[in-house]
Design a protein around this ligand. Structure first.
Ligand code: HEM
Length: 142
């Protein structure tokens, strides 16, 4: 049961970031300024799903791991602080900043610089979380 909750929370977090990332790129390439502003607001609401799912994935993962020294588990454990740090110090503040700028109609150099940083940090977390999914599935009891 705990494994199922862990996997579901981890995959939900991954999917949420993937949706934020692809919808951002799509809307910024093809959408109006109003569409960008409403997506940026939507992403802030999406944090209500993302933050708890990441906390549950991390917490349940640490609990499932116990004091195991199995290399695959240690790799997952090492990635988690980077995922959390990246999320809380880059993704969340950028999402708030970009939503404020977009709602004020300020699509200036600062907006696009922060947007670029956010996309890079998002891609980094998608990679690290993808590796955690791969390593998790490789330990699956068949
Ligand atoms: C974003 C972070 C994470 C994601 C997306 C993720 C994803 C997954 C997935 C998909 C599974 C397979 C579950 C199954 O068998 O159906 C799994 C298993 C597992 N994960 Fe994670 N995980 C994450 C973080 C962590 C962390 C930080 C740890 C702590 C070391 C951890 C420890 C484990 C363990 C021990 C299992 C195997 C459970 C078992 O089969 O007995 N995970 N994870």
């Amino acid at each position: 049961m705990k494994t199922k909750i862990h996997a579901a929370a981890g995959c939900l977090g991954f999917l949420t970031i993937a949706i934020f990332w692809t919808s951002t790129v799509t809307v910024e390439l093809f959408g109006s300024e109003a569409a960008i502003a409403s997506l940026k607001e939507g992403i802030l609401w999406g944090m209500i799903i993302l933050i708890p799912s990441m906390a549950i994935a991390g917490g349940s993962g640490i609990s499932l791991a116990g004091d195991s020294s199995y290399p695959t588990i240690l790799r997952k454990k090492t990635r988690m602080p980077f995922i959390a740090l990246n999320g809380l110090t880059i993704l969340l503040p950028s999402a708030i900043f970009l939503a404020i700028k977009a709602s004020a109609g300020e699509f200036d150099v600062t907006f696009y610089t922060v947007q670029g940083i956010e996309l890079l940090a998002g891609a980094t977390n998608l990679t690290l979380m993808g590796l955690n999914i791969r390593d998790g599935l490789s330990m699956r009891k068949s």
